[in-house]
Design a protein around this ligand. Sequence first.
Ligand code: MUC
Ligand code: MG
Length: 373
Amino acid sequence: MSSVIESIETLLVDLPTIRPHKLSMTTMACQTMVIVRMRHSDGIEGLGEGTTIGGLAYGPESPESIKCNIDTYLAPLLIGRASGNVNALRALLNRHARGNMIAKSALETALLDAQGKRLGLSVAELLGGARQTHLPVLWTLASGDTAKDIEEAQLRLEQRRHCDFKLKIGANPVDQDVRHVAAIKEALGDRASVRVDVNQAWDESTAVYGIQALQDAGIELIEQAIPAREHAGLIRLADRFNVPMLADEAVQDARDGLDLVRGGFSGAFALKIAKSGGLQGVLELAHVAQAAGIGLYGGTLLEGTIGTAASLHAWATLPEMAWGTEMFGPLLLKDDIVVEPLTYREFGVELPKGPGLGITLDEDQLAHYSRKG
Ligand code: MUC
Ligand code: MG
């Protein structure tokens, strides 16, 4: 008989960040990942990760709710089912559980990792094959201090680690944020592309004022300036300014993408496996964007190595993305729970080689950082 899913274990893993990471809605000193270990009757283990930012600060799922909902509702749907048909299992989860996109993403990742290991293929190969194996990666400057951010950016440039920078703004009054961003852009000049992420913090009139000033300062991309559900406002901002708008929280899945496209949106989409419920969902959104001529950006919810590797396998199947990626999550963490970290070099990251995700857990590190009790 073919393999069946025997057990699904979830672990909360707390890893400290290398410095406080300040966003408009929270400051992170630690990242909590939900690690999924899915064991199958053929002895294969699939790994997955479900991660968000700042407990409930970023979205409706917290690490604790992800773990609880997998353990209580989602794992029982999967246990005892045949392992290999990821499409059927994804449909089953969607039929019986609404929302919970991060939890579903973690489970789909574990299913794909296991299937890849079973067939001797990488996840990118399972998805049709990689079109790129070295993906550009930007760095987010979010120390909360202008001088420190400039120093950090200069170091990353010297190391040839990153040459694109995203600044987290929206926590301070708009004039203060604009001064901060303009000072960083001026210090870096043409050596770096500087973008901002407002994480929904402005209303539309503040956005009109702030974006005009940021455009004048030479900022290249404005991410999610206004609340997620204000699609019409985002379309108006995209029409009004030359600097492009990047939809992040506004575009969770293909349906959101289609709504924005139908409304005449002309900016770019941030893809995240966590927003779309996994790799297949995020690729559906990517395909809507491609059909509409919308530029793509490979986004993160600051996942660790497993979630980052899963995202990379999905991005690798796409043509080069117009705005690159921000798959730097593991670099923001002081330590890791895998045997071999991802390879960051020449302003980007290498796609890990399979089978599956191409990632092996370090059991001692996992035990050390797993939440006890
Ligand atoms: C977000 O909204 O883009 C991505 C990079 C970062 O620093 O925060 C995330 C979330
Ligand atoms: Mg964002």
